[in-house]
Design a protein around this ligand. Structure first.
Ligand SMILES: Cc1cc2nc3c(=O)[nH]c(=O)nc-3n(C[C@H](O)[C@H](O)[C@H](O)COP(=O)(O)OP(=O)(O)OC[C@H]3O[C@@H](n4cnc5c(N)ncnc54)[C@H](O)[C@@H]3O)c2cc1C
Length: 375
């Protein structure tokens, strides 16, 4: 890879989506990856496109989430048309089951919060919830239905986005990761790779939870891994149409009949171990939500590493080094935020203007925090 307009470190869904957007804008783009791209968090993901904030910490990125949800149908259509592949996209909505506690009060609080941030959400009685999803536990007390939520098969989709990017001329250098930023003074000239170096006008770091291991990146993107374990189930007797949530778990139906159950959040470094404790937690919560899964076959177990950040918010945008941008730290929402991340990076690279306010996600927040600690 030589003399590119843009070089991207990392070919997960974020790097691949950015590559596709920039190549579609006519740029000469290269992606480097330490391994076959698309085999880390994006491969492990449940694939929910769910903007509903699970906690107050997620409210700051609601405008980005809603903008991303709006971009998704067109993004999927474009990738499917370019590649002829099916992304496993399902727009069936999600049902959030309340199993314990004072559900009437909880229901009105959650619905008010979700309406307040611009989401469509309906309160359902236990009877209505079980009419919609008959496999739900009889213990369900009430539920919230969010009709606009979707999911996709992230393994198929990430591969399709990579293929679409290739078809748009993106060069992908698998097995040749970035070792360090290639800096000259206040300018980034590209990347030093495991083999050789690559020069580009713009350098974008999108290496997920591994980004801070690239020399020179950590001050802008102090990301770290948050492991999530998952189980792939199959059960002929259980049919689930929509994504199902309870307080502690989720079940995501795939078009091939599998049901994906997750997950855990563990700070155990860069290891991908599937553990007995993780499996017990996921299975017991999944069975509490859908008891019929007791007879399910366990087809696969795996673990992936989410790119977490100190404030759990994404890290997207330019730095004080000319030509250097970050696109990482998407934590639990990288699938949801892939289209808007790619769009904002493209807008910035092409015109230095963005359509959604991204100030809050600037990599410079970490530099400013370090500077104010020193002062
Ligand atoms: C169990 C689990 C469930 C999840 N569920 C959801 C969900 O339902 N919805 C949602 O929105 N999000 C979900 N997420 C989060 C989402 O998967 C991530 O936020 C997203 O995949 C991050 O994408 P990425 O491209 O930044 O990172 P990754 O997919 O991890 O890709 C990073 C890439 O960088 C490469 N790389 C590493 N080091 C280097 C280097 N030095 N140079 C070049 N390349 C390098 C890696 O090999 C990899 O290909 C989930 C995550 C997990 C683990």
């Amino acid at each position: 890879m030589k003399n590119l307009d843009v070089v991207i470190a990392g070919g997960g869904l974020i790097g691949a989506s950015i590559a596709l957007e920039l190549a579609s804008a006519g740029m000469n783009v290269g992606v480097c990856d330490t391994q076959e791209p698309g085999r880390e968090a994006s491969w492990a993901s449940a694939g929910m496109i769910s903007p509903a904030p699970e906690n107050a910490g997620m409210i700051p990125f609601m405008p980005m989430s809603l903008a991303s949800v709006a971009l998704y149908p067109e993004f999927i259509r474009n990738v499917e048309e370019l590649t002829g592949r099916d992304a496993g996209y399902r727009q069936d909505g999600a049902l959030d089951a309340l199993l314990t506690g004072d559900v009437q009060e909880e229901l009105s609080t959650i619905i008010a919060l979700q309406h307040g941030v611009g989401l469509r959400a309906e309160a359902l009685s236990a009877v209505q919830a079980r009419e919609m999803e008959p496999s739900l536990t009889e213990e369900v007390k009430a539920a919230i239905y969010r009709p606009d939520e979707a999911s996709l098969d992230t393994r198929a989709f990430t591969d399709a986005v990579l293929e679409a990017a290739r078809r748009k001329g993106v060069e992908i250098d698998a097995g040749n990761g970035a070792k360090a930023l290639w800096r000259e003074g206040t300018h980034c000239k590209g990347l030093f790779l495991e083999k050789g170096r690559v020069e580009a006008k713009w350098t974008i770091v999108a290496a997920g939870c591994f980004s801070a291991r690239i020399e020179g990146v950590a001050p802008y993107a102090p990301v770290f891994p948050a492991k999530g374990q998952m189980i792939g189930l199959r059960c002929e007797a259980v049919k689930i149409q929509r994504v199902l949530w309870s307080d502690h778990t989720y079940l995501v139906p795939r078009s091939d009949g599998r049901i994906i159950a997750g997950s855990t959040i563990e700070r155990t470094g860069f290891e991908h171990d599937v553990t007995a404790g993780g499996m017990r937690k996921i299975l017991s919560e999944a069975l509490e939500l859908v008891p019929g899964l007791e007879k399910a076959r366990i087809e696969e177990t795996w673990a992936g590493l989410r790119p977490d950040s100190p404030d759990h918010l994404p890290i997207i945008g330019p730095t004080d080094i000319e030509g250097l941008l970050m696109a990482t730290g998407h934590f639990r929402s990288g699938i949801l935020l892939a289209p808007i991340t790619a769009r904002l990076i493209r807008d910035w690279v092409v015109s230095q203007e963005v359509s959604v306010d991204w100030e809050r996600f600037s990599p410079m927040r970490f530099i400013e925090a370090q500077n104010s600690q020193k002062a």
